[in-house]
Design a protein around this ligand. Structure first.
Ligand SMILES: Cc1ncc(COP(=O)(O)O)c(C=O)c1O
Length: 367
């Protein structure tokens, strides 16, 4: 099966196989070595010297951890959103009682830096800004460096980043850009199954933690910090995925992180060019189209669910649909991890063969 949703991604055979390794004592010396080794490896990918913790849970838990570990009810927070996952970040903070100011941009577009600056200027009581680096629901990558330079450089706010579909695929310099908290998850660029989330936490975030009153138990990073000193996680970890992470990191280090980013950029470019060659349109403006997920507009007259069904049933290609307001209007092609040009060719060929059955003549003969 050519699984091309934006996570979970196909996991290479050798990484899958390593998960068959027998269990070990997660409070013993072998696990301590493993924990320290993989944490150091993940930190290298985050480009950070900040603390970093591995949670046994999906990415949303790391978003929730970012919030409950730094905020108190009624704290003023700016929720910058360009899509579904940006909205989710604000929703979680709202449920815990934060006082949210929303700064929304149309789905398919990116954060307008001047509007961000104006909003922070007009609302001096805001202490924290939360933003999505790569918005998976619309296939858009925000210019996080520019966002951080306003949030941190000009206004010195706490910056919480959802890097779930960017870290390990698209450059994100946690320390150099001043991101206080960055959250990501194993089933994206890391070449792993779902089940682990990673969260980096700066000194400034720890200062916020000292007065943060939101309730927390499983996600209280103070527990992770004190257990880390002993070489343990506070609660039973997904040991098998740690084995997989260990191998994935070794492979990343062998390839080199810059080479990995360049490979993602190449595959994304090939995807976008192939889509345009078919006569289809990218959903976002190409200038900020993501290198991990390509969102494509469904052509007039084509029923999205029919297209996804035909490529799946006839060509074994599994694509992502649209979510929320773009449900039925876009489809998405995931290209994180070890996506090859053959994988993408398979997607483009499946689309070229399927679209005519739905009344759309692809322009792709030239391809
Ligand atoms: C940008 C972004 N944020 C948050 C999430 C939620 O992560 P999870 O489904 O692992 O909880 C995702 C998952 O697709 C995502 O892409």
């Amino acid at each position: 099966m050519n699984l091309r949703i934006p996570g979970p991604i196909p996991v290479p055979e050798d990484i899958l196989a390593t998960m068959a390794t027998p269990m070990m004592n997660h409070r013993g010396p072998q696990f301590k070595e493993l924990l320290y080794r993989v944490t150091d490896g993940v930190k290298q990918v985050f480009d950070t010297k900040n603390d970093l913790y591995i949670l046994t849970s999906s990415g949303t838990s790391a978003m929730e951890a970012a919030i409950v570990n730094t905020l108190s009810p009624r704290d003023k927070v700016l929720n910058v959103s360009i899509g579904s996952f940006g909205d989710r970040f604000g929703q979680i903070a709202g449920i815990y009682g934060a006082d949210i100011t929303k700064l929304d941009f149309p789905w398919g577009s990116t954060v307008d830096i001047d509007a961000l600056r104006d909003t922070l200027k007009a609302n001096p009581g805001i202490g924290t800004v939360m933003v999505t680096h790569n918005e998976t629901s619309t296939g858009v990558t925000n210019d996080l460096e520019a966002i951080a330079s306003v949030v941190k450089g000009e206004f010195d706010k706490l910056l919480l980043v959802d890097g779930i579909s960017s870290v390990c695929s698209i450059p994100l310099q946690t320390d150099a850009w001043g991101c206080d908290v960055v959250a990501t998850a194993s089933q994206k660029g890391w070449m792993l199954p779902p089940g682990l989330a990673f969260i980096s936490f700066s000194e400034r975030a720890w200062e916020a933690h000292a007065s943060a009153k939101m309730p927390k138990f499983y996600l209280d990073l103070a527990q992770y910090r004190s257990y880390y000193e002993k070489g343990q996680p506070p609660y039973t970890p997904a040991v098998s995925i740690y084995y997989a992470l260990d191998l994935a990191i070794a492979q990343l280090q062998e390839e080199g992180i810059d080479a990995l980013f360049a490979r993602h950029a190449r595959i994304a470019e090939m995807t976008r060019e192939g889509i345009k060659d078919l006569g289809l349109s990218l959903f976002p403006d190409e200038r900020y189209a993501s290198n991990t997920v390509t969102a494509v507009s469904i052509p007039e007259g084509v029923v999205a669910s029919d297209l996804l069904r035909i490529v799946r049933e006839d060509h074994n290609v599994v694509l992502g649909g649209g979510q929320g307001p773009v449900d039925g209007k876009i489809f998405r092609i995931g290209h994180m991890g070890k996506t090859t040009s053959d994988d993408i060719r398979g997607v483009l060929d499946a689309l070229a063969a399927s679209l005519p059955k739905l009344g759309f003549a692809p322009a792709g003969a030239a391809r």
